[in-house]
Design a protein around this ligand. Structure first.
Ligand code: PMP
Ligand code: GLU
Length: 395
Protein backbone atom coordinates (compact mmCIF):
# COMPACT_ATOMS: atom_id res chain seq x y z
CA UNK A 1 0.00 0.00 0.00
CA UNK A 2 1.34 3.42 -0.93
CA UNK A 3 1.91 6.06 1.72
CA UNK A 4 0.74 8.67 -0.81
CA UNK A 5 -2.97 9.54 -0.78
CA UNK A 6 -5.30 8.80 -3.68
CA UNK A 7 -6.18 12.48 -4.01
CA UNK A 8 -2.53 13.39 -4.48
CA UNK A 9 -2.17 10.75 -7.18
CA UNK A 10 -4.78 12.61 -9.21
CA UNK A 11 -2.51 15.61 -9.69
CA UNK A 12 0.93 16.54 -11.04
CA UNK A 13 3.47 19.18 -9.96
CA UNK A 14 2.95 22.61 -11.54
CA UNK A 15 4.56 22.53 -15.03
CA UNK A 16 5.26 26.29 -15.02
CA UNK A 17 7.14 26.00 -11.75
CA UNK A 18 8.94 22.87 -13.07
CA UNK A 19 10.23 24.73 -16.16
CA UNK A 20 11.29 27.74 -14.06
CA UNK A 21 13.16 25.46 -11.67
CA UNK A 22 14.85 23.59 -14.54
CA UNK A 23 16.07 26.87 -16.06
CA UNK A 24 17.33 27.97 -12.63
CA UNK A 25 19.28 24.73 -12.21
CA UNK A 26 20.80 24.87 -15.69
CA UNK A 27 21.90 28.46 -15.05
CA UNK A 28 23.43 27.47 -11.72
CA UNK A 29 25.32 24.70 -13.54
CA UNK A 30 26.89 27.36 -15.78
CA UNK A 31 24.64 27.02 -18.85
CA UNK A 32 23.70 30.20 -20.68
CA UNK A 33 19.95 29.60 -20.44
CA UNK A 34 17.36 32.34 -21.01
CA UNK A 35 14.29 31.61 -18.91
CA UNK A 36 11.04 32.69 -20.51
CA UNK A 37 9.08 30.21 -18.42
CA UNK A 38 8.47 32.10 -15.21
CA UNK A 39 5.25 34.03 -14.81
CA UNK A 40 6.58 36.84 -12.65
CA UNK A 41 7.53 40.46 -13.28
CA UNK A 42 11.28 41.06 -13.46
CA UNK A 43 10.76 44.49 -11.84
CA UNK A 44 11.54 45.06 -8.17
CA UNK A 45 8.90 45.79 -5.52
CA UNK A 46 8.56 49.62 -5.29
CA UNK A 47 10.49 51.28 -2.45
CA UNK A 48 7.46 52.71 -0.61
CA UNK A 49 6.14 49.15 -0.23
CA UNK A 50 9.49 47.84 1.03
CA UNK A 51 9.68 50.74 3.52
CA UNK A 52 6.22 49.88 4.86
CA UNK A 53 7.40 46.32 5.51
CA UNK A 54 10.56 47.53 7.27
CA UNK A 55 8.45 49.84 9.43
CA UNK A 56 6.10 46.95 10.27
CA UNK A 57 9.05 44.85 11.44
CA UNK A 58 10.46 47.72 13.52
CA UNK A 59 7.03 48.45 15.05
CA UNK A 60 6.76 44.84 16.20
CA UNK A 61 4.09 43.92 13.68
CA UNK A 62 5.45 40.42 13.89
CA UNK A 63 2.72 38.42 15.61
CA UNK A 64 -0.17 36.29 14.41
CA UNK A 65 -2.91 38.39 12.86
CA UNK A 66 -6.58 37.65 12.22
CA UNK A 67 -6.60 34.41 10.20
CA UNK A 68 -8.04 35.85 6.99
CA UNK A 69 -6.42 39.28 7.02
CA UNK A 70 -5.77 42.32 9.21
CA UNK A 71 -8.56 44.92 9.50
CA UNK A 72 -6.22 47.47 7.83
CA UNK A 73 -5.65 45.26 4.79
CA UNK A 74 -9.31 44.31 4.47
CA UNK A 75 -10.22 48.00 4.56
CA UNK A 76 -7.64 48.75 1.83
CA UNK A 77 -9.10 45.92 -0.29
CA UNK A 78 -12.69 47.18 0.18
CA UNK A 79 -11.50 50.61 -0.96
CA UNK A 80 -9.61 49.14 -3.92
CA UNK A 81 -12.74 47.36 -5.19
CA UNK A 82 -14.79 50.51 -4.84
CA UNK A 83 -12.16 52.79 -6.42
CA UNK A 84 -11.12 50.59 -9.32
CA UNK A 85 -14.02 48.25 -10.01
CA UNK A 86 -17.09 50.10 -8.79
CA UNK A 87 -17.85 47.19 -6.47
CA UNK A 88 -19.09 47.66 -2.91
CA UNK A 89 -18.18 45.04 -0.32
CA UNK A 90 -18.12 44.96 3.48
CA UNK A 91 -15.00 43.69 5.27
CA UNK A 92 -16.73 40.39 6.12
CA UNK A 93 -16.91 39.74 2.37
CA UNK A 94 -13.12 39.87 2.06
CA UNK A 95 -10.53 37.16 2.66
CA UNK A 96 -6.74 37.40 2.45
CA UNK A 97 -4.48 34.43 1.82
CA UNK A 98 -0.89 33.45 1.15
CA UNK A 99 -1.07 34.35 -2.54
CA UNK A 100 -3.99 34.20 -4.91
CA UNK A 101 -3.08 30.57 -5.31
CA UNK A 102 -4.02 29.74 -1.73
CA UNK A 103 -7.28 31.67 -2.01
CA UNK A 104 -8.27 29.67 -5.10
CA UNK A 105 -7.22 26.39 -3.51
CA UNK A 106 -9.22 27.15 -0.36
CA UNK A 107 -12.25 28.19 -2.41
CA UNK A 108 -12.35 24.83 -4.17
CA UNK A 109 -11.67 22.91 -0.97
CA UNK A 110 -14.47 24.83 0.74
CA UNK A 111 -17.11 24.33 -1.94
CA UNK A 112 -16.58 21.18 -4.00
CA UNK A 113 -18.19 17.83 -3.30
CA UNK A 114 -17.23 14.66 -5.15
CA UNK A 115 -18.28 14.90 -8.79
CA UNK A 116 -19.09 18.62 -8.78
CA UNK A 117 -18.11 20.10 -12.12
CA UNK A 118 -15.95 23.15 -12.67
CA UNK A 119 -15.91 24.67 -16.15
CA UNK A 120 -12.41 25.72 -17.15
CA UNK A 121 -11.88 27.42 -20.52
CA UNK A 122 -8.64 26.25 -22.17
CA UNK A 123 -5.95 27.42 -22.52
CA UNK A 124 -6.01 27.78 -18.73
CA UNK A 125 -3.56 28.55 -15.96
CA UNK A 126 -1.98 25.20 -15.09
CA UNK A 127 -3.16 25.04 -11.48
CA UNK A 128 -6.94 25.26 -11.96
CA UNK A 129 -7.68 21.66 -13.02
CA UNK A 130 -5.31 20.12 -10.50
CA UNK A 131 -6.75 22.17 -7.64
CA UNK A 132 -10.23 21.04 -8.65
CA UNK A 133 -9.09 17.40 -8.82
CA UNK A 134 -7.43 17.63 -5.43
CA UNK A 135 -10.69 18.92 -3.95
CA UNK A 136 -12.61 15.96 -5.45
CA UNK A 137 -14.25 17.98 -8.23
CA UNK A 138 -14.37 17.31 -11.95
CA UNK A 139 -12.70 19.78 -14.33
CA UNK A 140 -14.79 20.30 -17.48
CA UNK A 141 -12.38 21.73 -20.01
CA UNK A 142 -13.71 23.81 -22.92
CA UNK A 143 -11.15 24.27 -25.67
CA UNK A 144 -11.25 27.85 -26.94
CA UNK A 145 -9.86 28.32 -30.40
CA UNK A 146 -7.29 30.76 -31.69
CA UNK A 147 -9.99 32.07 -34.06
CA UNK A 148 -11.90 33.28 -30.98
CA UNK A 149 -8.71 34.82 -29.55
CA UNK A 150 -8.67 31.82 -27.19
CA UNK A 151 -11.81 33.15 -25.47
CA UNK A 152 -14.91 31.34 -24.29
CA UNK A 153 -18.02 31.92 -26.40
CA UNK A 154 -21.55 31.98 -24.93
CA UNK A 155 -22.49 29.07 -27.22
CA UNK A 156 -19.71 26.83 -25.93
CA UNK A 157 -20.48 27.81 -22.35
CA UNK A 158 -24.16 26.97 -22.75
CA UNK A 159 -23.35 23.56 -24.18
CA UNK A 160 -21.03 22.64 -21.29
CA UNK A 161 -23.31 23.56 -18.38
CA UNK A 162 -24.94 20.58 -16.64
CA UNK A 163 -26.87 20.10 -13.40
CA UNK A 164 -23.57 19.36 -11.71
CA UNK A 165 -21.82 22.58 -12.74
CA UNK A 166 -20.74 24.44 -9.62
CA UNK A 167 -18.20 26.97 -10.89
CA UNK A 168 -17.07 28.66 -14.04
CA UNK A 169 -13.53 30.04 -13.93
CA UNK A 170 -12.84 33.24 -15.84
CA UNK A 171 -9.34 34.68 -16.10
CA UNK A 172 -9.03 37.99 -17.91
CA UNK A 173 -6.44 39.02 -19.02
CA UNK A 174 -5.46 35.40 -19.31
CA UNK A 175 -2.49 33.34 -18.36
CA UNK A 176 -1.26 31.90 -20.78
CA UNK A 177 -2.70 33.80 -23.78
CA UNK A 178 -2.95 37.41 -22.59
CA UNK A 179 -6.47 37.64 -24.06
CA UNK A 180 -8.96 39.81 -22.22
CA UNK A 181 -12.76 39.84 -22.38
CA UNK A 182 -14.39 43.10 -23.43
CA UNK A 183 -17.34 44.46 -21.44
CA UNK A 184 -19.66 43.31 -24.18
CA UNK A 185 -18.23 39.77 -24.27
CA UNK A 186 -18.49 39.59 -20.51
CA UNK A 187 -22.14 40.65 -20.64
CA UNK A 188 -22.94 38.00 -23.24
CA UNK A 189 -21.44 35.29 -21.05
CA UNK A 190 -23.39 36.70 -18.10
CA UNK A 191 -26.63 36.27 -20.00
CA UNK A 192 -26.04 32.53 -20.18
CA UNK A 193 -24.98 32.40 -16.54
CA UNK A 194 -28.01 34.35 -15.31
CA UNK A 195 -30.27 31.66 -16.76
CA UNK A 196 -28.58 29.01 -14.63
CA UNK A 197 -29.17 30.13 -11.08
CA UNK A 198 -26.86 27.63 -9.40
CA UNK A 199 -23.54 28.36 -11.07
CA UNK A 200 -20.93 30.37 -9.22
CA UNK A 201 -18.24 32.34 -11.03
CA UNK A 202 -14.64 32.51 -10.00
CA UNK A 203 -13.09 35.56 -11.55
CA UNK A 204 -9.29 35.53 -11.46
CA UNK A 205 -8.30 39.17 -11.99
CA UNK A 206 -4.63 38.88 -11.07
CA UNK A 207 -3.48 40.56 -14.35
CA UNK A 208 -5.98 43.44 -14.04
CA UNK A 209 -3.34 46.17 -14.19
CA UNK A 210 -1.27 44.80 -17.02
CA UNK A 211 -3.25 45.78 -20.11
CA UNK A 212 -2.37 47.45 -23.40
CA UNK A 213 -3.61 49.74 -26.13
CA UNK A 214 -7.23 50.71 -25.59
CA UNK A 215 -8.25 47.61 -23.70
CA UNK A 216 -10.52 48.43 -20.75
CA UNK A 217 -10.51 45.96 -17.92
CA UNK A 218 -13.87 44.87 -16.48
CA UNK A 219 -14.62 42.15 -13.97
CA UNK A 220 -17.80 40.12 -14.26
CA UNK A 221 -19.36 41.16 -10.92
CA UNK A 222 -19.11 44.77 -12.12
CA UNK A 223 -20.90 44.36 -15.44
CA UNK A 224 -23.63 41.84 -14.58
CA UNK A 225 -26.17 40.93 -11.90
CA UNK A 226 -23.95 38.05 -10.83
CA UNK A 227 -22.17 39.70 -7.90
CA UNK A 228 -23.97 37.49 -5.35
CA UNK A 229 -22.62 34.41 -7.10
CA UNK A 230 -19.13 35.62 -7.88
CA UNK A 231 -15.88 35.23 -6.02
CA UNK A 232 -13.56 37.92 -7.35
CA UNK A 233 -9.92 37.01 -6.76
CA UNK A 234 -6.97 39.33 -7.08
CA UNK A 235 -3.58 39.89 -5.49
CA UNK A 236 -0.48 42.02 -5.30
CA UNK A 237 1.94 39.57 -6.99
CA UNK A 238 1.75 40.84 -10.56
CA UNK A 239 0.47 44.44 -10.30
CA UNK A 240 2.98 45.44 -7.62
CA UNK A 241 5.82 43.02 -8.47
CA UNK A 242 5.34 41.25 -5.13
CA UNK A 243 5.39 37.55 -6.08
CA UNK A 244 7.62 36.58 -3.17
CA UNK A 245 5.55 38.36 -0.52
CA UNK A 246 2.64 35.93 -1.01
CA UNK A 247 -0.47 38.04 -0.61
CA UNK A 248 -3.68 37.36 -2.54
CA UNK A 249 -7.30 38.13 -1.72
CA UNK A 250 -10.89 37.63 -2.77
CA UNK A 251 -14.27 39.25 -2.31
CA UNK A 252 -17.60 37.49 -2.49
CA UNK A 253 -20.54 35.84 -0.72
CA UNK A 254 -20.14 35.77 3.07
CA UNK A 255 -20.69 32.01 3.38
CA UNK A 256 -17.84 31.23 0.99
CA UNK A 257 -15.56 33.81 2.61
CA UNK A 258 -16.26 32.33 6.03
CA UNK A 259 -15.61 28.79 4.79
CA UNK A 260 -12.28 29.85 3.25
CA UNK A 261 -11.28 31.32 6.63
CA UNK A 262 -12.23 28.07 8.37
CA UNK A 263 -9.86 26.07 6.14
CA UNK A 264 -7.12 28.63 6.65
CA UNK A 265 -7.58 28.45 10.43
CA UNK A 266 -6.79 24.74 10.27
CA UNK A 267 -3.94 24.95 7.79
CA UNK A 268 -1.68 28.01 7.46
CA UNK A 269 -3.40 30.58 9.73
CA UNK A 270 -2.77 34.18 8.70
CA UNK A 271 -0.61 35.23 5.77
CA UNK A 272 2.66 36.87 6.86
CA UNK A 273 1.99 39.92 9.06
CA UNK A 274 4.84 41.87 7.43
CA UNK A 275 3.63 41.09 3.92
CA UNK A 276 0.14 42.22 4.85
CA UNK A 277 1.50 45.57 6.04
CA UNK A 278 3.36 45.87 2.72
CA UNK A 279 0.17 45.04 0.79
CA UNK A 280 -1.70 47.84 2.63
CA UNK A 281 0.89 50.30 1.31
CA UNK A 282 0.71 48.74 -2.18
CA UNK A 283 -3.06 49.26 -2.36
CA UNK A 284 -3.21 52.65 -0.60
CA UNK A 285 0.04 54.16 -1.89
CA UNK A 286 0.96 55.89 -5.12
CA UNK A 287 -0.23 53.90 -8.14
CA UNK A 288 1.63 55.86 -10.85
CA UNK A 289 4.32 53.26 -11.47
CA UNK A 290 1.71 50.71 -12.61
CA UNK A 291 1.19 52.60 -15.89
CA UNK A 292 4.93 53.11 -16.39
CA UNK A 293 5.56 49.38 -16.00
CA UNK A 294 2.66 48.45 -18.27
CA UNK A 295 4.28 50.67 -20.93
CA UNK A 296 7.55 48.76 -20.55
CA UNK A 297 5.67 45.46 -20.88
CA UNK A 298 3.91 46.79 -23.99
CA UNK A 299 7.20 47.58 -25.68
CA UNK A 300 8.35 44.03 -24.99
CA UNK A 301 5.06 42.54 -26.18
CA UNK A 302 5.31 44.41 -29.48
CA UNK A 303 8.89 43.32 -29.98
CA UNK A 304 8.19 39.67 -29.15
CA UNK A 305 5.02 39.42 -31.28
CA UNK A 306 6.73 41.05 -34.28
CA UNK A 307 9.82 38.89 -33.95
CA UNK A 308 7.83 35.67 -33.64
CA UNK A 309 5.67 36.44 -36.64
CA UNK A 310 8.81 36.85 -38.75
CA UNK A 311 9.82 33.25 -38.03
CA UNK A 312 8.74 30.73 -40.64
CA UNK A 313 6.41 28.17 -39.06
CA UNK A 314 5.45 30.31 -36.06
CA UNK A 315 2.39 32.54 -35.77
CA UNK A 316 1.38 34.67 -32.82
CA UNK A 317 -1.65 36.77 -31.85
CA UNK A 318 -1.19 40.17 -30.24
CA UNK A 319 -2.64 39.96 -26.72
CA UNK A 320 -4.50 42.64 -24.72
CA UNK A 321 -2.75 42.07 -21.44
CA UNK A 322 -0.68 40.01 -18.95
CA UNK A 323 2.96 39.34 -19.91
CA UNK A 324 2.54 36.21 -21.96
CA UNK A 325 2.22 35.31 -25.63
CA UNK A 326 0.92 31.97 -26.83
CA UNK A 327 2.32 31.32 -30.32
CA UNK A 328 1.46 28.34 -32.49
CA UNK A 329 4.22 25.90 -33.43
CA UNK A 330 1.84 23.53 -35.24
CA UNK A 331 3.54 24.09 -38.61
CA UNK A 332 6.82 22.90 -37.15
CA UNK A 333 5.42 19.60 -35.92
CA UNK A 334 5.42 16.51 -38.13
CA UNK A 335 7.58 14.11 -40.12
CA UNK A 336 9.81 16.78 -41.59
CA UNK A 337 11.02 18.16 -38.27
CA UNK A 338 10.70 14.84 -36.42
CA UNK A 339 8.99 16.72 -33.61
CA UNK A 340 5.62 15.16 -32.78
CA UNK A 341 4.32 17.39 -30.02
CA UNK A 342 4.67 20.84 -28.51
CA UNK A 343 6.39 19.19 -25.53
CA UNK A 344 9.06 17.81 -27.85
CA UNK A 345 9.42 21.22 -29.49
CA UNK A 346 9.91 22.91 -26.13
CA UNK A 347 12.33 20.25 -24.88
CA UNK A 348 14.46 20.51 -28.03
CA UNK A 349 14.39 24.32 -27.88
CA UNK A 350 15.86 24.18 -24.40
CA UNK A 351 18.48 21.55 -25.32
CA UNK A 352 19.59 23.09 -28.61
CA UNK A 353 18.97 26.81 -28.16
CA UNK A 354 19.05 27.30 -24.38
CA UNK A 355 15.66 29.01 -24.22
CA UNK A 356 13.13 27.83 -21.64
CA UNK A 357 9.41 28.16 -22.49
CA UNK A 358 6.34 26.11 -21.51
CA UNK A 359 4.45 23.72 -23.80
CA UNK A 360 0.86 24.64 -24.73
CA UNK A 361 -0.42 21.20 -23.70
CA UNK A 362 0.36 22.09 -20.06
CA UNK A 363 -2.32 24.78 -20.44
CA UNK A 364 -4.78 22.42 -22.13
CA UNK A 365 -4.19 23.34 -25.80
CA UNK A 366 -1.74 21.36 -27.94
CA UNK A 367 0.39 22.83 -30.70
CA UNK A 368 1.35 26.03 -28.91
CA UNK A 369 3.90 27.27 -26.39
CA UNK A 370 3.90 30.05 -23.79
CA UNK A 371 6.52 32.75 -23.62
CA UNK A 372 6.68 35.00 -20.59
CA UNK A 373 8.21 38.29 -21.73
CA UNK A 374 8.60 39.64 -18.20
CA UNK A 375 12.33 39.90 -18.70
CA UNK A 376 14.76 42.53 -20.02
CA UNK A 377 14.74 43.67 -23.67
CA UNK A 378 18.38 42.59 -23.98
CA UNK A 379 17.53 39.04 -23.00
CA UNK A 380 14.42 39.02 -25.17
CA UNK A 381 16.46 40.08 -28.20
CA UNK A 382 18.92 37.22 -27.72
CA UNK A 383 16.08 34.78 -27.03
CA UNK A 384 14.20 35.74 -30.20
CA UNK A 385 17.38 35.30 -32.28
CA UNK A 386 17.91 31.89 -30.74
CA UNK A 387 14.30 30.80 -31.35
CA UNK A 388 14.57 31.98 -34.97
CA UNK A 389 17.79 30.06 -35.62
CA UNK A 390 16.38 26.99 -33.91
CA UNK A 391 13.16 27.02 -35.99
CA UNK A 392 15.12 27.57 -39.22
CA UNK A 393 17.39 24.65 -38.37
CA UNK A 394 14.35 22.37 -38.26
CA UNK A 395 13.41 22.69 -41.92
N1 PMP B 1 -3.87 33.17 -11.18
C1 PMP B 1 -3.12 33.23 -12.28
C2 PMP B 1 -3.78 33.24 -13.60
C3 PMP B 1 -1.73 33.27 -12.17
O1 PMP B 1 -0.98 33.33 -13.27
C4 PMP B 1 -1.13 33.27 -10.90
C5 PMP B 1 0.37 33.30 -10.81
N2 PMP B 1 0.93 32.12 -10.43
C6 PMP B 1 -1.97 33.20 -9.78
C7 PMP B 1 -3.34 33.15 -9.96
C8 PMP B 1 -1.49 33.16 -8.36
O2 PMP B 1 -0.60 34.14 -8.05
P1 PMP B 1 -0.12 34.40 -6.56
O3 PMP B 1 -0.33 33.11 -5.81
O4 PMP B 1 1.31 34.78 -6.67
O5 PMP B 1 -0.99 35.49 -6.02
N1 GLU C 1 1.65 32.33 -12.53
C1 GLU C 1 3.01 31.98 -12.80
C2 GLU C 1 3.08 31.10 -14.03
O1 GLU C 1 2.08 30.71 -14.57
C3 GLU C 1 3.77 31.47 -11.62
C4 GLU C 1 4.02 30.01 -11.50
C5 GLU C 1 2.81 29.28 -11.01
O2 GLU C 1 2.38 29.55 -9.89
O3 GLU C 1 2.30 28.46 -11.78
O4 GLU C 1 4.16 30.82 -14.47
Amino acid sequence: MSIISDSLKRIKPSPTIAVTQKARELKAAGKDVIGLGAGEPDFDTPDNIKEAAIKAIKDGDTKYTAVDGTPALKKAIVEKFERENDLKYSTDQITVGTGGKQVLYNAFMATLNKGDEVIIPAPFWVSYPDMVLLAGGKPKIIKCSENDNFKLTPKKLKKTITKKTKWLILNSPSNPTGSGYTKDEMKKLSKVLLKNKKIYILSDDIYEHITYDNFNFFTIAQVSKLKDRTLTMNGVSKSYAMTGWRIGYAAGPKDIIKAIGKIQSQSTSNPSSVSQAAAVEALNGNQDFIKVRAEAFKERRDFVVNSLNKIKGISCLKPNGAFYVFPSCKKLLGKKTKLKTDSEFVKRLLEKANVAVVQGSAFGLDGYFRISYATSMEKLKVAMDRIKSFCESLS
